[in-house]
Design a protein around this ligand. Structure first.
Ligand SMILES: [Zn+2]
Ligand SMILES: [Zn+2]
Ligand SMILES: [Zn+2]
Ligand SMILES: [Zn+2]
Length: 398
C-alpha cells in the first residue's frame, strides 16, 4: 500500500465543506447509509440520523440524552467516535501482544503499564530481542510531537515526511507496523487530526493512514467507509490525479476483499487507464495496475479479456524490467492462470500455460527463493496447469 504525499491542492470547490467532514456515514440508530449529505444531525453533538424518528428514539431509548453532552464535550460525533475506536484498537493490540511483551518495559516511558491509560505493551515490527516494546499511546505521542514540531517550524517537506512515517512505522527497525498495531496507530493518527479543517494536508494524510491500518489488520468492513470518504474528499479538493489513483487502488483492494468484484473491477480499470495516461506503459506502476486489472477480470470469469490485457503488457515488462523482475513474474503468473482456467482453453493454450509457468518457476526459484509467496503461487499454478493438460490429453476424459 502506498503512502500519499502532501502537496497539490489546486483550488477548493464552492461547497459547504463542513457537511463532508466525516467517516460516519450511517444513521446511529438503524444504520441506514446516509452518504455524505443525507439525513439529520443532532444540533449539539453532530450525531447523524436518517430522520426525526430515529433521532427521537435515540434520545428517549438509546441513551443519547445522557451521551449527547459527553460527545459534544469530546469535540463532536467524529472525534468521539475516533477516540472510542482508538481505545478499542489499543486494547485489541495490547491483548494480541500480551504473550510477547510479558516482563518487558516501554522504550519510551520505561514503564510496563502506561501511567495514564494503564494500557499494556505492543510490538509488531521487525525489532528482535528486548528492542521495540512500547505503548501505542507513547508511540502516538512521539509521532504527534515530531510532526507538530515540523509543522510549527515550517521544516521542509522531506523532514516532514520522514517524521510522518512515525504514524505507521517503527523508528528503531524502520519497518512498517503490522496487524492490529498498525490499525491502532491508524486510529491514533486519525483522532489526532480529525478536528482540523478538511483542507489541512496532515488531516488528508491521516485518513489514508487509518484506511491502510484497517486493511493491514484485515478490517475491510471498517476500512470501506474510511477509504470511500478519502476518495470523495480528494475528488472534492481537486488533488493531483496520481493521488486519486492511490486512493482508488487501495479502495479496489478493499472491494475485492469484501467480494464486491464488479466495483473492484471498475476501479482497477480506472487505475490502469489513469496510470497509462499519466505514466505511460513502461512505468512499473502501470504494469502492476495492468496485472491487478487482469486479476479482477479473471475473478469475474472473464479470462479472455484478462489474457488479452497481459499479452500486450508482458513484452513491455520483459523489456523494461527484465525477465527476473518480480513484477514480470507476477504478470506471467496471472497470464498463465487466465489461460488454463479458461473453460474454453485449447490444448495449445494449456501447453502455453505450462511452459510459461515452468519457465517462470525456474527464474522465481533462482531470484526470489522457494519460500517466496510468488514462487509458491507459481508452483501451485503449475501443478494445476499440468493437471488440466493431462486431463485433456488422456483419451476419453474430455
Ligand atoms: Zn435511522
Ligand atoms: Zn447529540
Ligand atoms: Zn510507554
Ligand atoms: Zn521495530
Amino acid at each position: 500500500m502506498l503512502l500519499d504525499c502532501l502537496f497539490g491542492i489546486v483550488g477548493l470547490p464552492p461547497c459547504d465543506l463542513t457537511i463532508y467532514k466525516m467517516i460516519l456515514t450511517q444513521c446511529a440508530v438503524c444504520a441506514t447509509e446516509l452518504g455524505l449529505s443525507l439525513g439529520k444531525k443532532c444540533g449539539r453533538c453532530s450525531t447523524r440520523y436518517c430522520g426525526a424518528e430515529c433521532q427521537v428514539q435515540h434520545w428517549k431509548e438509546g441513551g443519547h440524552d445522557t451521551l449527547c453532552k459527553k460527545i459534544k464535550k469530546a469535540g463532536g460525533a467524529e472525534q468521539y467516535n475516533a477516540n472510542k475506536k482508538y481505545a478499542e484498537a489499543v486494547a485489541v493490540a495490547a491483548e494480541a501482544c500480551a504473550e510477547d511483551t510479558k516482563g518487558q518495559t516501554c522504550y519510551i516511558c520505561t514503564q510496563a503499564l502506561h501511567w495514564k491509560t494503564k494500557e499494556g505493551l505492543v510490538r509488531m515490527c521487525s525489532c528482535r530481542g528486548t528492542a521495540g516494546f512500547a505503548h501505542v499511546s507513547c508511540l502516538a505521542e512521539q509521532a504527534k510531537i515530531l510532526v507538530a514540531e515540523a509543522e510549527e517550524n515550517n521544516l521542509d517537506l522531506k523532514v516532514y515526511n520522514e517524521r510522518w512515517v512515525r504514524w505507521h512505522g517503527c523508528s528503531l527497525c524502520e519497518q512498517q507496523y503490522h496487524g492490529v498495531v498498525r490499525c491502532a496507530m491508524g486510529w491514533a493518527c486519525w483522532k489526532t487530526h480529525v478536528g482540523r479543517p478538511e483542507v489541512d494536508g496532515s488531516r488528508r494524510m491521516a485518513i489514508g493512514v487509518l484506511g491502510n491500518g484497517l486493511c493491514v489488520a484485515g478490517r475491510f468492513e471498517d476500512a470501506l467507509p474510511v477509504q470511500e470518504a478519502e476518495l470523495a474528499m480528494k475528488r472534492r479538493l481537486g488533488v493531483p490525479e496520481s493521488s486519486i489513483l492511490v486512493a482508488q487502488s487501495n479502495l479496489a483492494i478493499t472491494y475485492g476483499e469484501l467480494g464486491r468484484y464488479e466495483q473492484s473491477l471498475q476501479l482497477e480499470r480506472d487505475v490502469y487507464s489513469g496510470r497509462l495516461k499519466l505514466l505511460g506503459e513502461e512505468h512499473e506502476e502501470t504494469l502492476l495496475a495492468a496485472n491487478n486489472y487482469a486479476i479482477s477480470l479473471h475473478r469475474l470469469q472473464r479470462p479472455k479479456e484478462a489474457s488479452s490485457v497481459l499479452r500486450k503488457m508482458m513484452p513491455v515488462a520483459r523489456r523494461v524490467l527484465g525477465m527476473s523482475h518480480e513484477t514480470t513474474l507476477r504478470i506471467r503468473l496471472t497470464y498463465a492462470r487466465a489461460l488454463y482456467k479458461d473453460p474454453a482453453a485449447t490444448p495449445d493454450d494449456l501447453r502455453e500455460a505450462v511452459t510459461t509457468l515452468e519457465d517462470t518457476d525456474r527464474t522465481a526459484r533462482r531470484v526470489l527463493g522457494g519460500a517466496h509467496p510468488v514462487t509458491m503461487g507459481i508452483e501451485a499454478a503449475l501443478r494445476n496447469a499440468r493437471a488440466a493438460l493431462r486431463a485433456r490429453e488422456t483419451p476419453g476424459s474430455a
